[in-house]
Write a protein that binds this ligand. Structure first.
Ligand SMILES: Cc1ncc(COP(=O)(O)O)c(C=O)c1O
Length: 288
C-alpha cells in the first residue's frame, strides 16, 4: 500500500481525493518540486526548498515559509513509510492555489492551498547515461516565466511527446535562434572547446542539478561560459549534455538524427557525470 501526503494527513493513495474545483486541476495554478533521496537523505533539500518558496511567492500562493520548510519532514516520513529508506527514491510535491468556484482571478482570501506529496522508487537510468541518448530540437513555445516551476507543463508535455514519437528522450528547445533548455532538463554543450549553458533568468528553470554542476565546475577549475548556444553552434557542438534530478548528467549522442561529436558521450560529459556522482553519493558512501 502506498502512503501519500495530502493537506496535513498521511493516507493511502487510494483515499487521496482532491476537489474537481481545485485550481491545480482547472488552471494548472500551482507549483511543484521533485527531490532525489538516497538512502533516506534528501539531496540538496535547501536548494529545492528555496526554489519552492520562490515559485510559491512568484505566483502569489499564500503558504508560509515554515509550511514549506515542514515539507522536509513530510518527504522523510513518506520515504520511510513506503519502505524507500534504502536505495534511491524521488519525492514529488505540489502546492496548488486550492479549491474554489472557477474564477480566473484569485479565490477568496483564506482559501487553503492544496498540498500534496508522494514518494516513489527511483531506478538510476544507468544504461541511458552510459550510452547517451537521442534528442530532437523543437520550438520553445512556453510562456515567459520558465523560472517558475509551475504544474502548467504543456510546453514540456508537447515537446517530450514529439521526442517520444521520434524515438528520442528529450526535446531541446529553441527560442529566437538559441537553445534555452530541454523540455525537462537543462542543457550544457561544448562549443569550440568551451562549456556553455543558457544563463539564469526568466527563460529557463533554475535547475538544482544545473546549480550543483556549475558549483562543481567552479570547484574544479573547469571554465563555463553562461551564454546561450545558438542554433548554428548546436549543430557543431562536440558534446551536448542534459542535466536534471532524474537525468543526472546524460550525453546527447544523436540530435535530429545526426551524431553529436563522435556519437558517444564525450570527455567533458564523463567528467561532469563523475563529479556529480561523487557529490550525490558522497555522504552515504553507497555504490550506485
Ligand atoms: C524545464 C526544466 N528544466 C530543467 C529541469 C531540471 O531541474 P532539476 O535539476 O532541478 O531537476 C527540469 C526538471 O524538471 C525542468 O522541468
Amino acid at each position: 500500500m502506498t502512503t501519500v501526503y495530502l493537506n496535513g494527513e498521511f493516507i493511502p493513495k487510494e483515499r487521496a481525493m482532491i476537489s474537481v474545483e481545485d485550481r491545480g486541476f482547472i488552471f494548472g495554478d500551482g507549483i511543484y518540486e521533485v527531490v532525489r533521496v538516497i538512502d533516506g537523505r534528501i539531496f540538496e533539500w535547501g536548494l529545492h526548498a528555496a526554489r519552492l518558496k520562490y515559485g510559491i511567492a512568484g505566483i502569489r500562493i499564500a503558504l508560509d515559509a515554515s509550511a514549506i520548510d515542514g515539507l522536509k519532514a513530510v518527504c522523510e516520513r513518506l520515504v520511510n513509510d513506503n519502505g524507500l529508506a534504502d536505495g534511491e527514491a524521488t519525492v514529488y510535491m505540489q502546492v496548488s492555489r486550492g479549491a474554489a468556484p472557477r474564477t480566473h482571478y484569485f479565490p477568496p482570501a483564506g482559501t487553503a492551498p492544496t498540498v500534496y506529496a508522494a514518494a516513489s522508487r527511483f531506478v538510476v537510468p544507468r544504461d541511458q547515461r552510459d550510452s547517451g541518448v537521442k534528442a530532437i530540437t523543437a520550438p520553445d513555445i512556453r510562456w515567459l516565466r520558465c523560472d517558475l516551476k509551475t504544474v502548467n507543463l504543456l510546453g514540456a508535455v508537447l515537446g517530450r511527446q514529439a521526442a517520444a514519437e521520434a524515438g528520442a528522450y528529450e526535446a531541446i528547445l529553441l527560442r529566437d535562434g538559441v537553445v534555452t533548455e530541454g523540455a525537462a532538463t537543462n542543457v550544457f554543450g561544448v562549443v569550440d572547446g568551451v562549456v556553455r549553458t543558457h544563463p539564469l533568468g526568466n527563460l529557463i528553470l533554475p535547475g538544482i542539478t544545473r546549480a550543483v554542476v556549475v558549483a562543481l565546475m567552479r570547484e574544479n577549475n573547469i571554465a563555463l561560459v553562461e551564454t546561450p548556444i545558438t542554433h548554428d553552434e548546436l549543430r557543431r557542438a562536440s558534446e551536448l549534455m542534459l542535466v536534471g534530478t532524474t537525468t543526472d548528467v546524460t550525453g546527447v549522442v544523436l540530435l535530429d538524427g545526426k551524431p553529436v561529436g563522435a556519437g558517444a558521450p564525450g570527455p567533458m560529459t564523463l567528467r561532469l557525470q563523475a563529479l556529480l556522482d561523487a557529490r550525490l553519493y558522497a555522504a552515504v558512501g553507497a555504490g550506485r
